[in-house]
Design a protein around this ligand. Structure first.
Ligand code: PAF
Length: 281
């Protein structure tokens, strides 16, 4: 399986592809799990050639401790990808390769999508995501790029990025993959103790109950209710629960029948920050 470290070598490989071809890109930060596997499998189904990038992007971490502890295991990532398809091109550049000497993010305006939830609690996060995703999209020029709905806000921001740069790339969102107990798959789950990982079913179970309540109650009522559930649970500390319009990510004032809504949550379990979300209608 081709494992490529430099932009130059990747360009060479891509130029050597025989036409006609369709190219899929799956950007990741490695520590691959079944959620990533689902993205890669979809990309392999829909494209002749697939590039998976593995790059822990320093500019999207607002917390240096989180960056330091971010799990990395290139060998196991490569064998997981190899099992999906040995034809996948793995691009695993160094920080110097992607940023040269200037490890900093560009500044974007995503029409306010970047100022709420993850953007409000992780300063500069979406500038970092935008910077690396733009660089990867420009480098690979795929027909399609795949992102998970666990990072739903990121997905909406990347759609906005591609539209504002007029890049002819389809952004494909893929459903959240969950552990058997309902916990959304995440590379950070590896940092939870076994007990806490079991207890974490509470997050998704609470979201399901919130969805049921949203059928008859207001967004404010449901947010308040979720907050109270977390106050009663000693294992988790709620950072936010927000019910928003899916397109604008703005809070719901009054429910409207023609609008789609989603609930978003961020929670600390010990020092591990977990996020999840659920479609409400
Ligand atoms: O979702 C992620 O893993 C990252 O934010 C991404 C899109 C690979 C950019 O670094």
């Amino acid at each position: 399986m081709p494992l490529i470290r430099t932009e130059k070598e990747l360009r060479k490989q891509l130029l050597a592809l025989t036409e006609p071809t369709s190219l899929g890109l799956v950007p990741t930060m490695g520590a691959l799990h079944q959620g990533h596997a689902a993205l890669v499998e979809k990309a392999v189904e829909e494209n002749n050639t697939v590039v998976v990038s593995i790059f822990v992007n320093p500019t999207q971490f607002n917390n240096q401790e989180d960056l330091k502890k971010y799990p990395q295991d290139l060998t196991s990532d490569v064998s997981m990808l190899e099992a999906i398809s040995p034809k996948i091109i793995v691009f695993a550049p160094s920080v110097e390769e992607m940023y040269q000497t200037n490890v900093s993010a560009k500044s974007y305006d995503f029409d306010g999508l970047e100022n709420v939830m993850e953007g409000a609690f992780r300063e500069g996060h979406f500038n970092g995501v935008g910077t690396i995703v733009e660089a990867l999209l420009r480098l690979v020029s795929p027909n399609r790029a795949y992102f998970g709905e666990k990072d739903f806000q990121q997905l909406q921001i990347i759609k906005k990025l591609v539209a504002s740069l007029s890049l002819p790339i389809e952004i494909v969102g893929c459903p959240i993959v969950r552990e058997p107990n309902g916990l959304a798959m995440s590379s950070r789950n590896e940092r939870l103790t076994k007990d806490l990982r079991n207890e974490a079913s509470f997050i998704y179970n609470t979201l399901i109950k919130a969805k049921n309540k949203f059928g008859t109650k207001s967004a404010n009522y449901v947010q308040e209710w979720v907050s109270n559930q977390f106050k009663k649970n000693p294992h988790f500390e709620l950072e936010y629960i927000k019910i928003t319009d899916v397109d604008t990510l703005s809070p719901v004032k009054k429910k409207q029948r023609n609008k789609k809504y989603r609930a978003f949550i961020a929670v600390y379990a010990d020092n591990v920050r977990l996020i999840d979300n659920i479609a409400l209608n």
